[in-house]
Design a protein around this ligand. Structure first.
Ligand code: FAD
Length: 415
């Protein structure tokens, strides 16, 4: 595989860029692998990458029913932050945020990490208290955040109306090293690095059954034949329940559509990410100039991977009071993804009742930001058979022991 560099681009320019090879191979599945990972989203690919990088395990297949990155990883609004309240969450999200800082260099592909800063607006007294508490917790956790007043918010975000009639802006939680990255590039960069390590990424291959013998996983049935394995990692976000059913256990998780939309491109006017949890909307401006706008989840469980009209109306209406300029924009595209939501709004990185089978899911509306940290922790779990420090608190057993990691406030509007 060719290394990407400024020199390589210059060299290729001389031959009209005809010399680039494919970024990853598309092999036929073999009969058996040491590890099979179901789901080539960011989390599945990152798990594979850190299995190879941190543990030298490269006899790995990543099996994907569609195209890699075509699930939530390619559908999200790309917000990256780590200002969570509870210690285990802050630890894994901050690990991920830290890995994002050098991910482009690590994977030799530009994932366009842009630490432009994330503002979470406080528009009620309740939110003021909540964010001050989070800022305090973050200080103890070593996560750099700050509670700021409305004047500083206005400085950072000139397009905001801080004296809205219903919900004036009272302050904000500010994480200056939060930001965004290019979602497709994150999936592609991990895929390329995995392929280079000799792993097989098998697209258009749906897993239809999980084989087991004596309480131990032995492989999977797929639309491209049976594939044997010693270990199985289920990393399929909104389809976690389906795969768990195939493996013979149930999950405390619901699948629901989350929607987003983008406006027509306009001149640069917003250089931070802003989340307004009270009015329920969040926004950033892409490099192309589009306003990337996220809304909430559907109010009912479903597998409908598309947008719906009332969400556009609700989300845009909510944003207009705080950002009046939004009323002048035309909306261009809208879409949905199926997210996997747990009761405490925290993920599951866990062993399962089936031996050799592990699950990573429940990232819900906010798992893009965690991809590198989640992959790091999941790789350790799969390699060693037991969780390391990052994943220790996220086991399925917390639901039977009542040991919840309540992030329903930090999960906020959606992320
Ligand atoms: C509209 C929207 C906005 C969002 N915004 C943000 C945000 O701003 N910040 C943030 O941090 N997070 C955000 N998220 C959440 C984030 O996108 C997800 O948490 C994250 O992408 C999950 O990654 P994943 O790899 O677990 O899942 P996915 O990317 O969905 O990958 C799972 C893969 O499994 C495959 N699969 C499923 N079933 C099978 C099967 N039977 N056989 C084989 N393959 C299968 C799917 O095709 C899919 O490709 C958002 C999500 C949505 C939908």
């Amino acid at each position: 595989m060719k290394r990407y560099s400024a020199f390589a681009i210059a060299r290729q320019a001389l031959s009209y860029h005809k010399g680039w090879g494919r970024a990853w191979r598309s092999p036929e599945p073999r009969h058996k692998y040491k590890v099979v990972i179901v789901g080539a989203g960011g989390h599945g690919l990152a798990t594979a990458y850190y299995l190879g990088k941190n543990f030298g395990i490269t006899d790995v297949a990543i099996v994907e029913k569609g195209w890699l990155g075509g699930g939530n990883t390619g559908r999200n609004t790309t917000i990256i932050r780590s200002n969570y309240l509870q210690d285990p969450s802050a630890a894994i999200y901050e690990k991920a945020r830290g890995l994002y800082e050098t991910l482009s260099q690590d994977l030799n592909m530009n994932v366009m990490f842009s630490p432009r800063g994330v503002l979470m607006l406080a528009q009620t007294e309740h939110e003021v208290r909540g964010y001050k508490r989070t800022a305090q917790a973050n200080a103890f956790q070593g996560v750099e955040t700050e509670y700021i007043g409305p004047e500083r918010v206005k400085e950072l975000l000139p397009i905001i109306n801080i004296s809205g009639p219903r919900y004036p802006v009272l302050g904000a939680l500010w994480q200056k090293r939060g930001g965004t990255a290019r979602h497709d590039a994150v999936a592609w960069a991990y895929a390329r690095a995995c392929s280079e390590m000799g792993m097989d990424i098998i697209q258009n291959c749906r897993v239809t059954g999980v084989d087991q013998s004596g309480g131990q996983v032995t492989g999977v049935q797929t639309t491209r034949g049976a594939i044997g394995c010693e270990k199985l990692a289920i990393v399929v976000a909104g389809h976690s329940g389906d795969l768990a059913a195939m493996a013979g256990f149930r999950l405390p998780m619901e699948s629901v559509a989350l929607q987003a939309l983008v406006s027509e491109p306009i001149k640069p006017c917003l250089d931070v990410v802003v989340m307004a949890n009270t009015v329920h909307g969040y926004m950033s401006q892409s490099d192309k100039g589009e306003m990337v706008i996220g809304g909430g989840t559907d109010g009912f469980n479903n597998y409908t991977q598309r947008g719906s009209f009332h969400h556009i109306e609700e989300t845009v209406r909510a944003l207009i009071e705080t950002f009046p300029m939004v009323s002048r924009l035309k909306m261009l595209r809208q879409w949905g993804g199926i997210v996997d939501v747990t009761g405490d709004r925290s993920p599951i990185i866990s062993t399962t009742p089936l031996g050799g089978c592990f699950i990573n899911g429940g990232w819900g509306t906010g798992g893009f930001k965690s991809i590198p940290g989640s992959g790091w922790a999941m790789a350790e779990l799969v390699a060693k058979g037991e969780p390391g420090p990052l994943a220790a608190e996220f086991g399925l057993d917390r639901f039977t022991q009542g040991r919840f990691i309540d992030e329903s406030v930090a999960a906020g509007v959606a992320h």
